[in-house]
Design a protein around this ligand. Sequence first.
Ligand code: ARG
Length: 473
Amino acid sequence: MGNKVMSKDKKGGSKKLWGGRFAGATAASVEAFTASIHYDSRLYKYDIAGSRAHATMLADHGLLSREELEAIVAGLMAIEAEIEAGTFAFRQDLEDIHMNIEKALVDRIGAAGARLHSARSRNDQVALDLRLYLRDECDRLVELLDAVRRAFVVLARKYLGQVMPGYTHLQRAQPVLISHHMLAYYEMFGRDRERLVDCRKRINIMPLGAAALAGTGLPIDRQQVADLLGFAAITANSMDSTGDRDFAIEFVSCCTLIQLHLSRLSEELVLWSSQEFSFVDIADRFCTGSSIMPQKKNPDIPELIRGKTGRVVGSLMTLCTLLKGLPLTYNRDLQEDKEPVFDTVDTVSASLAITAELLANLVFNTGRMEEATRTGFMTATDLADYLVLKNVPFREAHGIVGRVVAFCIEKGCELIDLTLEDMGQFSAVIGKDVFEVLSVQGSVNSRISAGGTALQRVEEALDLAEYNIGIRL
Ligand code: ARG
């Protein structure tokens, strides 16, 4: 949008829409301090959609004539076109998007425009706009989340059967399938999706008609407005309608979890692309170089996503603090809700979009990952489980394997390198079937418990994921 924000009407006048009881003009410093038009202009589409629905309802209930309604709708459409073309002059002295549009309408169509604000206040109007806006953003974010989830499913299919070390405490723990690791993220982002869909239910309730705070005596039909705008229901209490922002906090908290999950993924990508790990190669076009060190290829995208998590968490704190201690109903403080909400939407959308792209171009160094599973005694638990199946109590088995590992460390070898005689010193029940148990593939494929990393389980999980994400019918 190329629209400019101007501090004054071109004609120099600045009579306020609420100016009736005021004798003097507003100080310029106050206008600058109280204005929100430089950010809430983003809501123009929703403000106009809300006004159209409101006007239609007013006309159906005799509060506007048919001609007035037609003039209002045509005027609003013309204003919308101007804003979209970037030729609309937003005015700071008109504070916010609601009054900028209303004033432009009155200037354009005269008396009819002045009737639009019947049975409405900016307090319920701004609540309506924000709900309409966030409803759309929930849908957009769900699509972006699905693109990321799909990318994980594609990676899981591509690398099915390949192994990597699974970690706890960032120490090599047990071998797992790369696909199992990918599907772990698929699950995380699936919960994020569920949360957004659920949050949308509480956003999708229509507050208009609460007017300033107490409702209105004019004969309106709130349900009609809700139907016209596709809301599932109307809010039940006019005071709550204007004072409530928990839907916005809930939305930002859903976004915070998405960004936290992206940040955990980013941390792994930073680690995995380091020379120390060398598990992945991030495509050149997703990396940048150093201005001084010619050899560098830096994983800036995941680093920035990790860094941007701070602003999303910050926005959540901003909103929580904004609501804390706020008396019912509307208070001007609430105008401070929009910037953190908008910044969250922008940050999380951009992070999700670039993550989907990055994942689609990610290449795993499977040789290196497999090699990493062969050191670090990663099948030690398998050996303990083997002893349990030979009737050794688990605690005793744990002690035996601990001693076997210490022996290996001393010899400078891995479990798989031991002979039967070596192991025989520690337990008499170890037979030659132990070697299958000590192999990486044997270890992975033994983990057949529901949700485990055995190939068979991961294939089932992958089939289901492909079905759910729409890759498989
Ligand atoms: N710009 C205001 C906001 O974002 C709109 C509501 C203002 N209402 C009022 N009575 N001043 O919250």
